[in-house]
Design a protein around this ligand. Structure first.
Ligand SMILES: [Ca+2]
Length: 305
């Protein structure tokens, strides 16, 4: 190789090291914004679920600059789609707009007459190419954009520009308020209270899913962290076209239905916690019921010496 070739290789490595955004994502309006187009048009909830699987969220929009950046770039990416999903919604906190990534909902750019007060229009679309916002039905099938962490965020924990070393002792932990279960390496949190869909959305907003349960040990662990006299608890099991499915797409094997359950009086599952009613086993129930719920997410990992 010539000196120039060496220089070129060095430059490529350097730029690779300094690149802000993961492969396949669009560098945003600041060094910490990265956007990724994944999946095909779908509902708001499914779109958020797909973004989570890419380690991100449906995008928030936090400044006029970011709004303009997204509107102009996305109009080129989606020339035939006048609307795309963002992470704005008023489902998590009924009546109040929030972003799925929990950033403050301070900047707004509502279209004239928006947000619509029509019941059920609870999810925020970015209108292309104008960049104005509308409140629309969350069940519409629309393209979407995920916001994913920059590699510099990831570098804080993984140091990608130094030689890889074998991590000697991984230790797992959970945020405050979450309970660590060593057999699954997952964190669990009991929250109150919402209907099943709200519970599902809340769990996604905090980076997890409404919990799936795969064996008696995991079931027992969750039961142990439910406050004693605190009512029933939604889990991530629901009935789709007649068959019970976990919302995190893990296979349904183990179940722990209460006596004479599932009785067919609802399409969502909870852990009974009512004294005298086959307590601490599962029951199918009306998804609109307001109950506590259990979220589950991966534990944080760090490497000691
Ligand atoms: Ca039932």
């Amino acid at each position: 190789m010539s000196l120039f070739d060496y220089f070129f290789v060095f430059l490529t490595l350097l730029l690779g090291c300094l690149a802000d955004c993961p492969a396949g994502s669009l560098r945003g309006s600041t060094s910490t914004n990265c956007y990724k187009v994944v999946g095909s048009p779908t509902s708001f909830l499914e779109a958020q679920s797909i973004c989570l699987s890419h380690n991100g969220n449906l995008t928030s929009i936090n400044s006029a600059y970011e709004n303009l950046f997204l509107a102009s770039n996305l109009a080129e990416l989606f020339p035939t789609s006048p609307n795309i999903w963002t992470g704005g919604n008023r489902i998590i906190v009924p009546g109040n707009w929030t972003w799925m990534d929990n950033r403050p909902f301070s900047y707004t750019n509502w279209n004239k007459g928006q947000p619509s007060s029509v019941s059920g229009n609870d999810c925020l679309t970015l209108n292309l190419p104008a960049g104005t916002w509308s409140a629309q039905s969350c069940s519409l099938t629309l393209p979407f954009i995920c916001e994913v962490p920059s590699t510099s965020d990831q570098a804080l924990t993984s140091a990608p520009c130094t030689a890889p070393t074998v991590p000697p002792h991984p230790t797992y932990s959970c945020e405050s308020g979450w309970h660590y279960f060593e057999y699954t390496n997952q964190c669990y949190n009991i929250s109150n209270a919402g209907n099943w869909q709200t519970a599902r959305l809340y769990c996604m907003q905090v980076g997890g899913q409404l919990a799936s349960i795969h064996n008696a040990a995991e079931n027992g662990f969750i039961i142990d962290i439910i406050p004693n006299l605190d009512g029933d608890t939604w889990i991530g099991l629901n009935k789709l076209e007649g068959s019970w499915e976990w919302i995190d797409n893990t296979p349904v094997g183990y179940t722990d239905w209460a006596y004479k359950e599932p009785s067919g009086d609802g399409s969502c599952a909870l852990i009974n916690n009512v004294n005298g009613y086959d307590r601490l086993h599962w029951n199918d129930y009306d998804c609109n019921g307001i109950r506590n719920f259990v979220c589950k997410k991966s534990a944080m990992v760090s490497y000691g010496k």
